[in-house]
Design a protein around this ligand. Structure first.
Ligand SMILES: O=C(O)CCC(=O)C(=O)O
Length: 187
């Protein structure tokens, strides 16, 4: 059976650490709604975001240019943990805040040119568990996982080339979730 090239590590952060980090990020980050242009319309994206990274890690997606906010300690510690434990180097992290299950992310690939031709992406989840679905672009095969608080999802080479992903609405979810996707932008 066709499966996406991923590794999911539950409890990558322990429960206390996850809860503390979640509260810190929820209350200290200056979360912003994004407005994207679709044809002639301006659409408010159904979640809030913040982009942190090295000074030169400008990231352009959905037609918007994101200048990085300087690393905050809590995010820098995670960046270092990924480098030490997994030998993965990232120069930025996209933070997404989903207020509840009405907030979501539609089908897409993280395949912007500045991420390189076949990027590896590390995704850390905090707060409410949510469904996460992969869909193979040629065969339409789907693969579903649950992203629990404290989990680390590694999307390896091949994942962004051949698989889209989405975080669907979950109307039963009434509380927030934060997702941190560590990326390497090239200049
Ligand atoms: O919230 C998530 O787990 C997914 C985020 C995502 O797909 C993205 O940032 O590209």
């Amino acid at each position: 059976m066709l499966k996406p090239p991923i590794t999911l590590i539950d409890n990558w952060l322990d429960q206390t650490g996850s809860e503390e980090l979640f509260t810190e990020l929820l209350t200290t980050i200056d979360w912003q709604y994004e407005i994207v242009k679709m044809f002639d319309n301006s659409i408010i994206v159904p979640r809030k975001i913040a982009w942190f990274g090295d000074a030169d890690a400008t990231y352009r997606y959905s037609g918007l240019t994101h200048k990085p906010l300087p690393w905050i300690r809590a995010l820098h510690i995670l960046q270092q943990k990924l480098e030490v434990e997994r030998s993965l180097k990232f120069n930025g992290v996209l933070c997404n805040l989903y207020n509840d299950g009405k907030n979501y992310m539609g089908w897409h690939r993280d395949n912007e040119p500045e991420l390189g031709s076949d990027p590896i992406i590390a995704s850390v989840s905090l707060g409410e568990p949510r469904r996460f679905i992969f869909r193979h672009i040629l065969s339409d095969v789907k693969h579903e996982i649950i992203l629990n608080s404290g989990s680390l999802l590694l999307m390896h080479e091949g994942c962004q080339q051949y698989w889209q992903h989405s975080l669907p609405k979950m109307m039963s979810v009434k509380s927030p979730r934060i997702n941190l996707t560590f990326r390497h932008t090239q200049h």
